[in-house]
Ligand binder design. Structure first.
Ligand code: SF4
Ligand code: SF4
Length: 270
């Protein structure tokens, strides 16, 4: 079942890109799976919000949670590196990927129905409390439980292909094998304190290495939403995500690889 779902997600994104010809382009999706009964979901009531849903709240017969990451192509992130406000390309990528996720989820539900499984689809975003700025379903936390990566201090989920992209998730009665969660941090700051690029990039000062003022951040997201209102709803910024070590890759893995290469060179030289 894991292979079938992974194939369907990849196939649908390719098909969508070809048939809809959006401005946005996506790299190969990453897909993770969690057991709907994993007790770690309970921890989200504390970590995210007391009203955070459990998979079985969304689908009584839930067995699995499927989470996927749709990485943006690099040009989208690069377009957003300058100036205080978000680039149009970045705002469009957000809007277009949200549209894709809605259609992809509907497609997955249909394909799983053909396999005899029920599915609850979850909207890509805007299912949050606009006062508390918390959501009753966090795709990022579901992605962590499904083994797709770990959190950076920029509050994004860093996957093996970085954090520039969007996450989607569904809950299904299909029986999938849970993915293993990473046993190391993917954020360089959490790993060995060698990075704070996202904090430096933050244009409002909302993000610090040890704190995050979500209301201050949200003010800028709304400013960008107003700027791009003719495109759709783009309450985005992303300056702490674009063109930082974790934008397109797992920077801790890069660091470990580089360190091993240096050790090998020293050994050869010695
Ligand atoms: S930019 Fe550096 S410190 Fe910030 S989340 Fe990415 S790896 Fe961590
Ligand atoms: S999204 Fe923008 S304002 Fe919010 S923390 Fe990141 S850089 Fe700062």
């Amino acid at each position: 079942m894991n292979a079938l779902i992974t194939h369907e997600i990849s196939h649908y994104v390719d098909h969508y890109t070809f048939s809809e010809n959006p401005h946005t382009r996506w790299l190969n999706p990453l897909v993770g799976f969690a057991d709907a009964g994993d007790p770690v979901f309970l921890s989200l009531k504390k970590a995210v919000s007391p009203s955070h849903a459990m998979p079985k709240d969304l689908l009584g017969c839930a067995r699995s949670v499927v989470v996927y990451f749709l990485p943006f192509t690099k040009d989208i992130a690069l377009s957003n590196r300058k100036s205080r406000l978000a680039s149009r390309h970045w705002a469009r990528a957000y809007i277009e990927t949200n549209r894709l996720i809605i259609k992809l989820n509907a497609y997955l539900a249909e394909r799983l129905k053909q396999q005899g499984a029920e599915t609850a689809v979850i909207p890509p975003t805007h299912n949050f409390d606009t006062q508390k700025l918390t959501s009753d379903w966090s795709h990022r936390h579901a992605a962590w439980i499904a083994g797709l990566g770990t959190f950076g201090i920029n509050n994004m989920l860093i996957t093996q292909n970085g954090c520039c992209g969007r996450l989607g998730s569904i809950v299904t009665s299909a029986r999938c094998s849970p993915s293993k969660r990473p046993d190391t941090q993917y954020c360089l700051h959490k790993y060995n304190q060698t990075c704070d690029a996202c904090v430096i990039n933050c244009v409002t000062g909302a993000l610090k290495a040890d704190s995050f003022d979500r209301h201050r951040c949200y003010e800028l997201l709304l400013e960008n939403a107003a700027l791009y209102s003719t495109e759709g709803l783009a309450d985005v910024c992303g300056k702490c995500t674009c063109v930082v070590p974790c934008s397109f890759t797992n920077p801790v893995q890069d660091y470990i690889d580089r360190t091993q290469d240096q050790h090998s060179l020293i050994k050869k030289g010695g």
